[in-house]
Ligand binder design. Sequence first.
Ligand code: UDP
Ligand code: MG
Length: 315
Amino acid sequence: MSAVELSLIIPVKDEEAAIGPCLDRLIPVLQGLADPASKSFEILFVDDGSEDRTLEIIRKANAVDPRIRAISLSRNFGKEAALSAGLEVARGLAVVPLDVDLQDPPEALPKMLDQWRSGFDVVYGVRDNRETDSLPKRLTADLYYRAHNWLSDDKIPEHAGDFRLLDRKVVEVIRQMPERNRFMKGLFAWAGFRQAAVLYHREERKVGKTKFNYWKLWTLAIDGITSASTLPLRVWSYLGALVALGALAYAVYIIIVTLTSGIDVPGYASLMVAVLFLGGLQLLSLGVLGEYVGRILTEAKGRPLYVIRETIGGD
Ligand code: UDP
Ligand code: MG
């Protein structure tokens, strides 16, 4: 296996229209990188179960330029799994995951490589704008980052996506992580190392449309939090203790009132509220427990994260 300096990992799912423009813009940037040594690069597509002509187009590109390689997964495993597959197969001393829709501009790569050469192990892109996202998406993203960083010790940088340069050392650490639940940003944050940020301007998606709807993002958010923190599990014991103490105090109050004034406390409304509130709380805590138990099951099954059906190019 010949090592290359820079690997770009591009996960693709039904992106037949986006691959051409992506390569047209990417290759000149890669070829123009100042250091002649950096001319050894590879572009590794991870076909995440595409059902259109994506794979065919990549195959043609590989025939023309062997620096373009691909692995094709046996079905759609999702972007996080596709990235894991890419990290496994990439050979570069530095590895950069990139979206095919050119929302992560290749023009930021030279800056990232500069930082890397000056000794940083992770150079993450931070977007200087979020206008390309709708207001609800921006708000929910903001809320998510806050919740995540409040709950977890491994802080993820805000406004940073998967677009980042990873040194081989970091890639090896991530490859060794056994978990099935791959929330990439969380894994990157956990790994640590010397990190630097590079600002970039995120553009509108040029062709095709986004593969992420709110439900998928919500699932991703839950994955992120449950894999980064156990606080949601522990909070119930404290909440339970608090409610029990409150109930005790209330009981004492009722006894005193009954003894001193001798009248019954009218109770229907407060009873209903207490019962429903506690019932809701119990279901909620059970649900949270379920999230974690479900994840233990996935880990316990120990299935592979993805299945590679075919490899195009490479040795
Ligand atoms: N993608 C993938 N598998 C999926 C969904 C998306 O490999 O199940 C790829 C997609 O082809 C693209 C990248 O992940 O290269 C980012 O997807 P998208 O642009 O739809 O996400 P957004 O930019 O809206 O977050
Ligand atoms: Mg996109």
